[in-house]
Design a protein. Structure first.
Length: 95
């Protein structure tokens, strides 16, 4: 395996592990992105990886309802969205 193939393999593996963490344990992922204070409220409200994946399809009203239900600060919601977009971007950009 050449260095380029190895680098691609490691990148894909890293992305796979991050997506697995997101879908299996949102709380752990929240800790990783410094939003661990929301772990309990996400669990209480049934917010899982699949739910977070669908956030991009939410209407403004649904987003505001989510923020209120989870008692999120606006800046924390923006951080959450940026991290989700970053993970999706990494996943899409892999050759």
């Amino acid at each position: 395996m050449c260095m380029i193939e190895r680098a691609c393999y490691l990148k894909v593996l890293n992305i796979y592990l991050r997506l697995s963490i997101l879908f299996q344990d949102v709380g752990l992922w929240l800790e990783e992105i410094n939003l661990g204070s929301y772990r309990q409220v996400f669990e209480e409200n049934g917010v899982n990886g699949e739910y977070l994946e669908s956030l991009s399809m939410f209407t403004t009203e649904q987003i505001l309802r989510f923020i209120r239900r989870c008692h999120m600060k606006w800046g924390d919601f923006i951080t959450l969205c940026k991290e989700l977009r970053r993970i999706k971007g990494l996943y899409i950009s892999v050759p």
